[in-house]
Design a protein around this ligand. Structure first.
Ligand code: GFB
Length: 318
């Protein structure tokens, strides 16, 4: 890795969390309560992040010094596969608007959040940062992946052409409070929490999409937020950095774990008419670990906390 140690203090800074109403943005706002900075947020009603002129105006008025770019159109495998225009176009527009604004107002540091789906479908496991652009993408989410790769490249381009301190973090599959529980649009973990909860009430089966054999790595969203703040404070380099838990699990085993945590003993039924997506995407977290960061919340504990949030009605699509 190139000389990438950075030291950036958030103390006393105006810090914009773009996308604060999303699960990750919300967790970053929670995490920043422990830093003595001023957190800026822009409500969706007052600022459309796909509108470059509006974003520029807002940034000129509020003058953020640091930016966490957590705003994105996101969704699970089916939503990605069904709405390619939304996932490609909206994310490109958001990224273009925020990066342009950041350079224009002289933002000191920007962290862009990507996703582990940027890597080739059949990348060697665990996936190192260098695997980017070494092979074809997973077709169900290539639109979103292309937009996120463009975000990484924008950060690198601003660094190269203008000397801006923009960095990128690539989180694995995230879950936690504030998740989207909509059955059609959600990711697998919130979907399973909802399905098992509903099966528990009726005594029915738990249906999982695909074959149940794909493996995924999960990270509790507050751990991801903590990693993002850590990178903002301690990393300054061209390469994006993987952010994960370091462990993956087969989807069928995940369903069993959710059933255990929610205390339901029922039957699991697979639905092979739904896509499996990429067979495995476990990331290599060596770089982040070398910077002294470790996750705190294990999967069982994270699922229990997410279920509490679900029961309290905290989340979208409920
Ligand atoms: O979480 P998920 O939608 O995202 O699906 P991806 C992960 C795996 O869980 C797939 C299976 O193999 C699904 O078929 N699965 C089983 C289910 N039951 C369900 C269910 O009820 N709902 C859902 N959603 N999945 C997304 C990408 O990929 O992950 C995005 O499309 C992004 O671009 C995101 O990268 C993190 O891991 O397959």
């Amino acid at each position: 890795m190139s000389a990438a140690a950075g030291s950036y203090s958030l103390a006393g800074k105006r810090v914009w969390v773009a996308g604060h109403r999303g699960m990750v943005g919300g967790a970053i706002v929670r995490r920043l309560e422990r830093e003595s900075c001023e957190v800026l947020i822009a409500d969706r009603d007052t600022l459309d992040l796909t509108d470059q002129r509006a974003v520029l105006g807002w940034m000129h008025n509020h003058r953020p010094q640091a930016v966490f770019l957590a705003a994105a159109r996101v969704g699970g495998i089916l939503a990605n596969d069904s709405f390619p225009v939304d996932f490609l176009r909206d994310n490109l527009l958001i990224e273009t608007a925020v990066f342009t604004g950041a350079e224009s107002v002289g933002v000191e540091k920007l962290l862009f959040l990507g996703s582990s789906c940027i890597y080739p479908k059949h990348a060697d496991q665990p996936i190192r940062e260098e695997a980017l652009l070494t092979g074809p993408l997973e077709p169900t989410n290539e639109w979103y992946a292309i937009a996120k790769i463009a975000g990484i490249k924008l950060a690198q381009a601003y660094r190269k052409q203008y000397g801006c301190d923009y960095i990128s973090a690539m989180p694995t599959n995230l879950y936690g409070p504030g998740d989207n529980f909509d059955p059609a649009g959600s990711h697998v973990l919130p979907a399973l929490i909802r399905k098992v909860h509903e099966a528990k009430q009726t005594g029915g089966t738990v249906q999982i999409w695909g074959t149940g054999t794909p493996r995924r790595e999960f990270l509790y969203v507050d751990d991801c937020a903590d990693a993002c703040v850590h990178l903002m404070q301690h990393y300054s380099g061209e390469s994006h950095i993987n952010v994960g838990s370091g462990q993956d699990i087969a989807i069928a085993d995940l369903a069993r774990l959710v059933m255990e945590v929610l205390d339901y003993r029922g039957e699991i039924v697979t639905d092979p008419s739904k896509p499996d997506g990429t067979p495995r995407k476990l990331m290599d977290n060596a770089r982040l670990r070398a910077m002294g960061w470790m996750p705190q919340v294990d999967l069982r504990e994270g699922i229990a906390r997410s279920y509490e949030a679900f029961l309290a009605g905290e989340g979208r699509g409920l």
